[in-house]
Design a protein around this ligand. Structure first.
Ligand code: NAD
Length: 263
């Protein structure tokens, strides 16, 4: 206990704040949206899939929220920036950006990855996060604060013997996190990265079988299971909150012990 411990300004609520979560139509993005909304944020549901985004928005409205839709491909820089301008006109601000939109791309060997696969992987994960961040930055700088959370993967931390294009794209997300943390610190904009292990989402269902998951969990995950989306969302919410005001440039990996790295 310090003598200032009763004066802590931090809290984990987002009342009055607007949170833009890319890829929040499904999976972890939807879970992040529901978690931040439950803590008071107004959510911008951003996705390329309009039907999925509408489902998330319906779920948020059913819980009493007032979400805004922003339908665009994150890698379409012009369309995305236009969507952000419309959101800022409607909501007046964007306080939180979660760069979550992503694609799996299977587990191809090097010989199977062609130029189009490679480009798409980098377009969605790297170009998408890069220009989404660029689009929200002027508003955050003008208000003198903001929180950005990038979503990477254990695939960029431990070694994975396939899908090198996915690993490389997520590696770039780790690197952008550190660079942005330094560059944006003077404006009190915190930039951190959540780098999950395996999480049960539509993406994982699409690329694995139950039998494969059982073998994989037994062989590789000390805590003996995959994560549930809410467990990642709780970490994202913490990093977006005032409780994390002194944390920037860090990567935290909820992965059940699959990859353990020291500082
Ligand atoms: N599920 C896992 O085990 C796992 C592990 C580590 C990291 N991740 C990462 O977490 C993030 C979310 O993964 P998930 O499992 O929830 O995936 P998911 O497939 O369940 O959901 C991804 C969402 O992103 C949207 N999206 C895809 N491309 C887009 C684009 N170009 N523009 C806008 N929206 C787009 C999809 O429509 C979908 O709604 C991704 O970045 C993924 O790489 C997932």
């Amino acid at each position: 206990m310090t003598e200032n411990s009763t004066n802590q300004p931090a809290n984990s609520r987002f009342d009055g704040q607007v949170a833009l979560i890319t890829g929040s139509g499904k999976g972890m993005g939807r879970s992040h949206a529901e978690t931040l909304a439950a803590r008071g944020a107004r959510i911008v549901v951003q996705d390329v899939d309009r039907a999925a985004a509408e489902e998330t928005a319906d779920s948020l409205r059913a819980a009493g929220g007032d979400p805004i839709l922003a339908i665009a491909d994150v890698s379409d820089v012009g369309a995305f920036a236009e969507a952000i301008r419309a959101v800022e006109a409607a909501a007046g601000r964007i306080d939180i950006l979660v760069n979550n939109a992503g694609i799996a791309g299977g587990s191809p060997a090097m010989e199977e990855i062609d130029e189009a696969n490679y480009d798409r992987m980098f377009d969605v994960h790297v170009k998408g996060a890069f220009f989404a961040t660029k689009a929200v930055l002027p508003g955050m700088k003008a208000r003198g604060g903001g929180k950005i959370v990038n979503i990477a993967s254990v695939a960029a931390m431990g070694a994975v013997g396939s899908r090198a294009h996915y690993c490389a794209a997520k590696g770039a997300v780790l690197a952008m996190t550190k660079s942005w943390a330094l560059e944006f610190a003077p404006w009190k904009i915190n930039v951190n990265c959540v780098s999950p292990g395996w999480v049960m989402t539509p993406m994982v269902h699409a690329v694995t079988t139950a039998e494969w998951r059982k073998t994989h969990i037994d062989a590789e995950i000390p805590l003996g299971r995959y994560a549930e989306p809410w467990e990642v969302s709780a970490l994202v919410a913490f990093l977006c909150s005032a409780e994390a005001d002194f944390i920037t440039g860090q990567t935290v990996s909820p992965n059940g012990g699959q990859v353990i790295v020291g500082i």
